[in-house]
Ligand binder design. Structure first.
Ligand code: FPP
Length: 261
């Protein structure tokens, strides 16, 4: 029930969206660095400002009743950034977990972190695992944060899981199909993202949810992530709501299927 939620967003703006709510939304949060640099600030200031937008989008999705939200916070390739930026981002993730713990728990949200966490420091791993454990029975929304994550890396990991099963003769290679691959991804229980939003005007997928985004709709916002707000989020939803998703079929077939529902 919406009235039980403890949220700080502008709900009136979100209420202007009346269309179907995507079950799963993915977000590529881009433009923090440029936002800061254009204001003569160091890049990490942009990431801190971006964390405020994270709160807006998490709360908006919870308010709308999305089942899942996946945020691309740090890619497998981001380890190659300057050391001070990497350190700053890791501290920011740690701070986020502490600061947002109450909002996550108060609003029935389950936290999951996907990616290669073996590369994270022990303090951050323990903070992540603590909140994952305490929120694991929350079922109102899943907030999935991709950290040290790459879509190709996730597929390689899945291939290894399946190859190990084949080596142990638990499966026959003829049984390997789309369903088995999907089951070996980080969150096989989640639907594929119906909508992926990317900020800062760049039309790139950047190794995000490579397997799961096969049929995702994309919305590219010209705003930098720290400037992304409820209004722009509604624009993304409206754009999604106006599209006909065909999954390889013709428009006529889909219209017929829709009218027989
Ligand atoms: C990409 O912008 C953004 C990142 C690599 C980090 C995203 C992290 C946050 C929004 C911080 C908070 C996140 C959580 C989940 C607490 P960029 O730095 O590549 O921007 P640029 O293209 O302008 O350089």
């Amino acid at each position: 029930m919406k009235s039980n939620l403890k949220l700080s967003i502008n709900q009136d703006i979100i209420d202007t969206y009346e269309g179907d709510v995507p079950k799963h939304i993915g977000v590529i949060m881009d433009g923090n660095g440029r936002w800061a640099q254009e204001r003569g600030m160091i890049r990490i200031r942009g990431h801190h400002e971006g964390a405020k937008t994270v709160r807006t989008v998490v709360e908006s999705c919870r308010y709308l009743g999305c089942e899942a939200l996946t945020l691309y916070a740090f890619s497998a390739q981001n380890w190659g950034r300057p050391e001070d930026e990497v350190k700053g981002l890791m501290s920011l993730f740690d701070l986020y977990i502490k600061k947002e713990r109450k909002t996550i728990l108060d609003n029935g949200i389950q936290l999951r972190v996907i990616g290669d966490r073996s590369k994270l420091g022990p303090k951050l791993i323990s903070a992540i695992e603590g909140l994952e454990e305490i929120s694991k029975d929350n079922s109102d929304m899943i907030l999935q944060v991709a950290v040290s994550y790459g879509g190709r890396e996730e597929i390689i990991r899945a291939a290894k899981i399946i190859a190990e099963k084949a080596t142990r003769n638990e499966i026959d290679t003829d049984q390997i199909d789309e369903h088995m691959l999907a089951s070996a991804m980080y969150s096989p229980d989640l639907p594929d993202p119906e909508l992926i939003v990317r900020t800062s005007g760049e039309f790139r997928v950047s190794n995000f949810l490579t397997w799961q985004s096969a049929y995702s709709e994309f919305f590219v916002s010209d705003l930098y992530w720290p400037d992304f707000d409820e209004e722009e989020f509604v624009k993304a939803l409206k754009s999604f709501g106006d599209r006909q998703r065909r999954f390889g079929k013709t428009g006529e077939q889909i219209s017929k299927e829709d009218s027989s529902k």
